[in-house]
Design a protein around this ligand. Sequence first.
Ligand code: GLV
Length: 329
Amino acid sequence: MSKKNVFVTRVIPDAGLTLLREHFDVHVWPHDRPPNAQELVDNARGKDALVTLLTEKVDAALLAAAPTVRIVANVAVGFDNFDVAAATQAGVVLTNTPGVLDDTTADLAFALLMATARRIPEGDRLMRSGSWGGWGIMQLLGHDVHHAKLGIVGFGRIGRGVARRAAGFGMQVSYHDAIRAGADVERELGVSYVPFDQLLAESDFISLHVPLLPETRHLMDAKAFAKMKRSAILINTSRGPVIDEAALVTALREGTIAGAGLDVYEHEPKLAPGLVALDNVVLLPHIGSASITTRSKMAEIAARNVIAFFAGETPPTALNPEVLAAARR
Ligand code: GLV
């Protein structure tokens, strides 16, 4: 039997590529940028599987243009780049990489919180500028992290990881989520559930950990910023469109809130006009899961999903396993 053809939309860690190459004919997009929509279609045509990143839109148009594709494996936990309904309709299995990046992303969220609170990038810029005149009692005064109030929005695996880290800093942690955690979880993590508006009003830091859904798009907008403390800092390592980025620029400029630490953006890789000019924002290039170990695990999970699928098994982290059940009926 001839080998299946797999298109991988970027060079991914060896752990995934080596596994894929053991089983399939593998074609890797060689450029250090995502393929555009046409390039994606051109490369997907005639393939049996795609391994994609969150930068690739997998929608009805792509699947119709590449009808041989039976499975698309995202090397990411978030899958807002997938049209799940369209794939299910087309009988295409989708997979993601849950579970392996929670602690790595929680680390990054906490690092961003600390960097923003204590103005670490500003300090670094000052030192590199050669203009530091020595210790100053009024220099780069920031916000205390220890014992401050942290509000976590979205209390899944990553949000809970942030709560665990916050406990070590003696922070008072509250959370809001569409689904309330069990009393045992709340007790173990020492957190309390609060209504969203209360979280906005009371928190010194707010960290976002929700998936991008119609109901979370622009969850943080001008109205939400107006309810926050003027001294509050907003951290986002989830998805950019959860924040109305233009409204955030206004809020940061006008002092409606004190600062923001962002790893994700509404229109990646573009930033809202005015954002880079602000000193009270710390900007990272979407690196939440970017540790060597975690990215390798993510690539491996994607590869194992594709291998399982063509071995006639259910891919371990299938998003729409009902497609397989329907095919087996
Ligand atoms: C990264 O943002 C991911 O969803 O894995």
